[in-house]
Every structure is written in C-alpha cells, then in structure tokens.
Design a binder for this molecule. Structure first.
Ligand code: ZN
Length: 311
C-alpha cells in the first residue's frame, strides 16, 4: 500500500521524550491511509486502486475476539507501529480484516478526516462508547490532545447533553467548543474534580473519558465520575497504579485499553464520506515527510495539536 499521507501521533511523544526506551533505529508511525498498490494471493475483498484506511493493529476481523468487537486484541493481531507507516510504502497484514475501503477515491479535503479515523477519532470514539456516553448524559473529558478533542466530537454525535472539556490551552478550547463541548474547566487534579462536582450538583459526571494516561489524569477521571458512572480510558497508561480501596468504594465502572478502532471504522468512514463529521480539523500543521522531526518538535512543545505529513 502506498501511504499518501500520515499523521504524527501523541503516543509517539512518549519515546520522543525518552520516557519509553528506544533500542537503536526503530520504524515510526501506526496511522495511515493510502491507495492499494498490490495485494497478496490470499486477499479477496481488497483490490489494487482502492483508497483504504486501517488502524494501528492489523486484525483478521473473524476470530471470536474480533467478532465481539475487540479487534485490537485479535488472536492474530500485528502492531502496525512495528511495520512503520511513516514510509513511502507499507505492507499491511491481514488486509481483508484490517482495511476498510472508501466507496470511491475521496476528494483531497476529506483525506485528513480519514487519517483521523485511523487512530485518534477511532480511539476517542471508543473512549466515549466505553464511558457509556448517551442521550441525556453529562460527559467530562480529561485531556485536550487530538484524542480528547475527538472524544468530544464522538460524545456530541452519541447524544450527550453536556460535554465538559478539561483544557487550559486557548487553541484547544476553541476546537473543543467547535466539536461540541458545552463547558470548559481549566483546573486539574483535585481542583479539577471539585469543578466537575460543582457543575454536576455535587454528583460527578455520568461518563468520563480519560485521554492522557498519567496517574494524575486517571485519578482525576475516576474521581470526577459519579457512583454508577463509567470511565472510558484510552490514554496509554504510563506508571498508573490504582488504589484498590478507593476504587472499591467509588462504584465507578472502568473500561478502556487500546481502542478496537476497526469496530468503528465502517461507521466512521460513512460519517466522514457523507460530511456529517469533520475530524480532520485536529490537524493544525502540515509538513512534507522530510520535515518529520519538526512535526514532533511542534507537538512536543504544544505548538501543534497534530501534524500531518503530506505527501
Ligand atoms: Zn481476530
């Protein structure tokens, strides 16, 4: 497959900052869209010339785990990051199960949206579904990176009544409001929790989406959730330890993990194709592949929400 364009991911900032060790040279990139160049002999539904989107895990989409909607734990899963999709060409394993084709070649302005679907939109969507977002509910989102922002878009689409964005960056707050946030909370930690409680009659939110992955953000999410409520956690956890006793008495449901983006891709592709959602707005920096290092710098220094490499 020829990746036409590829985004840089916030999760790549963990190895970029040295928090995740990297041994020698490593391929980068796990988000991708592209035009199929060639298919293997066992591939039956994907054809050369199609515009396709896949997620960060290749999956067969047929095993019991996939059928239950957890393609990112497929028994045959392969991590696309180990293949590296920030490249001119990439071999996508299990193409029939992994890739979703658009009805036709998309117009250029829709391509950033499909790229978002490959990971950040699919992940935010799973966060919202895992947090049981639905009509009439109050949703809080911890994290204002691309995933958090797109979780707000998902919450809006899933019918949430109120969406509280926990964000302190002006450019991100603006996008949060565009994506459907109704309230902004700038405080973090215990102060952030107190603000959420104050906005919800002292009860906490019904649904909280955790899109950071630190001890502070995870506890902020759990403590912002009302008894009986749900946390959907999709920030990749780094040294998070949960206190058993507090969890026991909280009556909060926890569900999350690496998002089974493939579960949502057909629906997301439809919504983007029909211009019902515009998740491509999260890309606020476009660079050629040769300038990939500047893309990481800009995201690390929070000068960019998400960078796009094109072509
Ligand atoms: Zn499977």
């Amino acid at each position: 497959m020829w990746p036409l364009s590829r985004p840089l991911c916030g999760s790549d900032l963990w190895p970029y900052r040295g928090i995740e060790p990297v041994q020698g040279l490593a391929p980068m990139g796990h988000e991708y869209v592209g035009i199929v160049e060639e298919v293997g002999s066992a591939v039956s539904t994907i054809r050369p010339g199609q515009f396709v989107i896949g997620s960060f895990f290749a999956s067969d989409n047929t095993c019991e785990i996939c059928q239950a909607g957890y393609q990112s734990s497929c028994i045959h899963r392969e991590l696309m990051g180990s293949i590296g999709t920030q490249a001119e060409l990439a071999r996508v394993p299990l193409a029939d199960g992994t890739l979703v084709a658009t009805p036709d070649l998309p117009p250029a302005d829709l391509i950033p949206g499909f790229l978002a679907a490959s990971d950040v939109l699919g992940t935010g969507w799973f966060g919202a579904v895992a947090a049981e977002v639905g009509p009439g509910k109050t949703v809080a989102v911890v994290g204002d990176g691309a995933v958090g922002l797109l979780a707000m878009l998902a919450a809006r689409h899933l019918g949430a009544e109120r969406i509280i964005a926990m964000s302190r960056h002006a450019s991100r707050q603006k996008l949060a409001l565009e994506f459907g946030a109704t309230d902004l909370v700038e405080e973090r930690g215990d102060e952030g929790v107190a603000r959420i409680k104050a906005l919800t009659s002292g009860l906490g939110a019904h649904s909280v989406i955790e899109a950071v992955g630190t001890q502070e953000s995870m506890m902020q999410a759990i403590r912002s959730t009302r008894p009986g409520g749900h946390v959907g956690y999709v920030g990749v956890a780094h040294d998070v330890e949960l206190p058993g006793e507090e969890l026991f008495f909280s009556h909060v449901h926890l569900h999350g993990g690496p998002a089974p983006v493939r579960r949502f891709l057909p629906q997301l592709v439809d919504l983007i194709w029909n211009r019902e959602i515009n998740p491509g707005k999260v890309f606020d920096l476009t660079l050629p592949l040769d300038d990939v290092a500047e893309g990481y710098r800009a995201m690390d220094e929070r000068r960019a929400i998400k960078a796009l490499l094109w072509p």
